[in-house]
Design a protein around this ligand. Structure first.
Ligand SMILES: [Ca+2]
Length: 521
């Protein structure tokens, strides 16, 4: 299409040897149109007629595509078979609630960059994280298996084993250059789960998730091992957690700079960038001042408690980093060849002195991190792909982190590499604005192994929650009862029995501590 437009403008001469269009001249000897040539041979005439037909068809195609793009119709340009697959940028916030962003109804916390991303793309209203805490959510994301099947089902120092396939491996096998910048949490240094053994060629950040609590650590890891930073952290844990007494190197900014450099270095191969923020998570080791490592930013003059000013600035900092990354992608002219997917790994925290109620971080939902009601697991989620995903659109299509392995593999033309025990489905039809082609899952499922443990299941219309595990399950008409306040289990015993059967089907006991057990009385 570009060649045609350039030819029409006369910027680039046409040349039949290169297969480029010749809109001005049709003389195959010169490669130029000869409008005043009256004595054509039969062969020349047929060739000219053929060129005209080809030109007409391309004209129609170009006009149709231009009209489609101008009115925002989603057109699958990059993911079609045989074309170069899109770059994929996955931005993952840490503990960002469903109601923390302006585009999801927040009024006091300002998130202009995330809101802009939503205005340029598709905003999900019913997208779910893999779990209600960090590590299992990321395990679901990377392996495409929900927490009734995946290996790492709680915050731990477990390492993904060699034979546990993650989607970055599939993308790498498909020719993608994969970079991880930020928080990992699925494999310690030198282990089978380390990023470089999971498809990533580039890494800079935190391997251990408690290390990632610390915004000013004494070290970060990259491909070659530890990189010392100038911060001083008294009583630092072996993993690197703690509270800095001297803050010199802001890890979040160092990580952002590495991510930007990774994007700029990409010229040939398609790339996958996993920008895994540790914002707006609190520094839990800092206790009641765990949101205040960066001060208060533009919220310093508010009359809010310091913990809330600090939290607001963590969100502000996260949003600014998202904006910087997206702007760089656009400045490099990669907007139309890059899917940017933004989400959060679980619901809002109430740590570091912060209350998730202060800003109503769960929005219209109830609950927060560690809950299996929707406030703990339904997360803000946006997909932008300039020229392919229609701007300013929303979808109520159910989606979950285990859908992203098949989605990204599908985009990379590697759908056949999705493991047979993946519990998700490709969401590419939804991204492409073709809801009628979207395969629907029978249910989404979560199990949780902290405290009283629990499990939950979601279908299109229903949500069944058994938390603590072993207590009577509560049934909610989730679409009309977003707060999950009205337990209708007694009115619909057949629905409860059906969903309980599906829970039993979904859950298989895991290894080690990942076994559901009723709390001891
Ligand atoms: Ca988290």
């Amino acid at each position: 299409m570009c060649q045609f437009v350039r030819g029409l403008n006369g910027i680039e001469p046409s040349n039949p040897d290169t297969g480029r269009l010749a809109p001005h001249r049709f003389d195959s000897n010169t490669g130029r149109l000869a409008p005043h040539r009256f004595h054509l041979s039969l062969r020349d005439a047929l060739r000219s007629l053929s060129e005209l037909c080809r030109l007409s068809i391309l004209c129609i195609v170009c006009i149709a595509m231009s009209i489609g793009m101008s009115i925002g119709l989603p057109i699958r340009l990059q993911a079609s078979e045989g074309s170069r697959p899109p770059n994929i940028v996955f931005i993952l916030a840490d503990d960002l609630g469903y109601g923390d962003c302006g585009c999801y109804g927040q009024t006091r916390l300002k998130t202009p960059n995330i809101d802009r991303l939503a205005s340029q793309g598709l905003r999900w209203t019913q997208f779910y994280a893999g779990s209600t805490v960090c590590a299992p959510s990321r395990c679901v994301l990377m392996t495409g298996k929900h927490t009734g099947r995946c290996l790492i089902r709680g915050n731990s120092k477990d390492n993904l084993p060699t034979d546990e396939k993650v989607f970055s491996e599939v993308l790498a096998q498909g020719g993608y250059k994969c970079g991880l910048f930020g928080k990992w949490g699925l494999g310690q240094a030198g282990s089978s789960g380390a990023p470089l053994r999971k498809g990533f060629s580039d890494f800079f950040g935190y391997l251990d998730q408690t290390h990632a609590h610390n915004f000013f650590p004494t070290f970060l890891d990259d491909m070659d091992g530890r990189k010392q930073l100038a911060n001083i952290v008294p009583n630092e844990s072996p993993a690197g957690a703690g509270v800095a007494s001297q803050r010199v190197d802001d890890a979040t900014e160092l990580i952002l700079q590495k991510a930007l450099a990774f994007v700029e270095d990409q010229r040939e191969a398609p790339f996958f960038l996993f920008f895994s923020l540790n914002l707006p998570h609190a520094n839990n080791e800092a206790g009641k001042v765990g949101t205040q490592d960066f001060g208060f930013g533009n919220y310093a003059s508010t009359d809010w408690p310091d913990a809330e000013k600090g939290f607001a600035h963590l969100v502000e900092k996260m949003d600014a980093q998202v904006g910087t990354l997206v702007d760089r992608i656009d400045q490099l002219g990669l907007g139309s060849s890059t899917l940017i997917f933004f989400s959060s790994d679980n619901g809002p925290h109430h740590e570091g002195g912060h209350s998730d109620r202060f800003f109503e971080s769960s929005g219209p939902l109830r609950g927060s991190k560690r809950d299996l009601i929707d406030g703990g697991i339904r997360v803000p989620t946006i997909a932008r792909w300039t020229g392919t995903i229609a701007p300013s659109t929303t979808t109520d299509q159910l989606g979950s982190f285990d859908d992203l392995f098949p989605t990204f593999a599908d985009l990379a033309n590697r759908a056949s590499d999705v493991p047979s025990d993946c519990t998700g489905v490709s969401l590419v039809p939804t991204l492409m604005g073709k809801p009628g082609e979207q395969k629907q899952r029978e249910y989404l499922y979560w199990s949780f192994y902290e405290g009283g443990m629990g499990q939950a299941i979601r279908t299109r219309d229903w949500k069944l929650v058994e938390q603590p595990f072993g207590t009577p399950a509560r049934l909610y008409e989730i679409n009309s009862d977003l707060q999950e306040n009205h337990n209708v289990a007694n009115r619909f015993p057949d629905i409860v029995a059906d969903l309980k059967a599906k829970m039993n089907q979904a859950y298989k006991p895991g290894e080690g501590p990942w076994v559901l057990r009723p709390a001891k009385k």
